[in-house]
Ligand binder design. Structure first.
Ligand code: PLP
Length: 395
């Protein structure tokens, strides 16, 4: 018996444990001080009433002989797939319900989709990056090409014609930088992928935070994307499902490689490896796409958007360079006076009791930056932003 040898190639997940260790050590030394936790990528607002009603309906249905459901189709129920297709139609994107796969979230899919591709492939990861893109590629034994970004391109790296890749991870709006590709920029990526016959794995986990009209919510708003892209979506940040777990992945019928339909292969994978998502959850998820669900989830997102407005105002007043905030629940800030990410982490923790995420944890080009998360209570966000500004004015 041989273990997967590629686990040995993974970096120690030292980064987040180090953040925790430094925070815990500070808290132990200063038990009376309140910490402002602006490093967490998890929602704070509860599920909205429409979703709760949907979940309750699911529970009730399971309680009577007439409405009870046993095993469901592994790829998702017709009612939820149709609700999502109708939602995409409102954005001018035509999808067949069969192209939509109901999932337990984006995290599971980022790893599972590797099933479709040989390990003998090169994966392009734009950096700074959500760590799962790198780690799942390593576990799958794939070569990784890192495409760094920085201030000069606004942390929106564009394709490099000579760079050859088979799989491309794109995340827009981006975690950690909050930067989001415009339609014109995404069109360049789609053309590049089609020319190279590569497949884009497009992570749209934060699409619900987009406010700019030239930023697409779905890669399928771009001509030609149906021939090169898989979209990974999640209700985690859209509707507060981080602890409830439901998402969806779109694999278009037109996506063909080596004469094979990737959608058909994905049906084969799912029907073999899962028994699908619970009926109750799918009723809760369906409610997100009703008019009441849309209005209520937008109201929750508006709370985080207001936090972003407060923080952007503080950063403008401090005169710091940043990206994100407008289309994402993250703001990515350049450390003042050439400080390193960890020096900034320590400074904010010890002098203002604010916890942020050091940018270097998302790839080498994140050094010199830090991420602020907007997932917090408004009173916390505004108090933290005020403390931050006061501290910056003393530097
Ligand atoms: N993709 C990105 C970019 C994320 O930031 C996250 C979670 O923070 C995920 C995927 C995972 O989301 P889910 O909760 O749907 O697994």
């Amino acid at each position: 018996m041989k273990l997967n040898p590629y686990f040995a190639d993974l970096d120690e997940s030292y980064f987040f444990s180090e953040m925790r260790a430094r925070t815990d050590a500070y808290a132990a030394m200063h038990p009376d001080e309140h910490l402002y936790r602006m490093g967490i990528g998890d929602v704070t607002q509860p599920l909205c009433p429409a979703v709760i009603q949907g979940l309750m309906r699911g529970v009730r249905d399971q309680s009577t002989m007439e409405t009870f459901h046993g095993y469901l189709f592994e790829c998702g129920t017709d009612f939820l797939r149709s609700a999502i297709a109708e939602h995409y139609a409102t954005r001018g994107v035509t999808l067949f319900p069969e192209e939509i796969f109901i999932t337990s979230g984006a995290g599971d899919e980022i790893g599972a989709l590797g099933d479709l591709f040989s390990s003998d492939n090169t994966v392009l990861v734009t950096e700074p990056a959500y760590p799962a893109y790198v780690d799942t590629s390593i576990m799958g034994g794939r070569r990784i090409v890192h495409l760094p970004s920085g201030k000069a391109d606004g942390f929106l790296p564009m394709p490099v014609p000579d760079l050859k890749a088979d799989l491309i991870f794109l995340c827009s709006p981006n975690n950690p930088t909050g930067a989001a590709y415009t339609k014109a920029q995404l069109k360049e990526w789609v053309d590049y992928a089609n020319t190279q016959e590569a497949v884009i794995l497009f992570d749209a986990a934060y699409e619900a935070f987009i406010t700019d009209s030239d930023v697409p919510h779905s890669i399928f708003e771009i001509d030609g994307a149906e021939r090169c892209a898989i979209e990974i979506c999640s209700l985690s940040k859209t509707a507060g499902f981080t602890g409830t777990r439901c998402g969806y992945t779109i694999v278009p019928n037109a996506l063909i490689r080596n004469g094979q339909s990737l959608r058909a292969l994905w049906v084969r994978s799912r029907t073999t490896k899962t028994n699908g998502i619970s009926y109750i959850l799918q009723r809760g998820a369906e409610a997100v796409f009703t008019p009441a669900g849309q209005a209520q989830t937008k109201a929750s997102i508006a709370v985080y958007q207001e936090n972003a407005r407060i923080w952007m105002d503080a950063l403008d007043r401090a005169g710091l360079w940043y990206t994100g905030g407008r289309n994402a629940p993250y703001i990515w800030v350049a450390c003042p006076n050439g400080r390193s990410s960890w020096a900034m982490f320590d400074l904010l923790l010890t002098k203002a009791q604010i916890i942020v995420t050091p940018g270097v944890g998302f790839g080498a080009c994140g050094e010199g930056f830090f991420r602020i998360s907007m997932f917090s209570e408004p009173s916390e966000a505004s108090a933290a932003a005020e403390r931050f500004l006061s501290l910056m004015q003393t530097l």
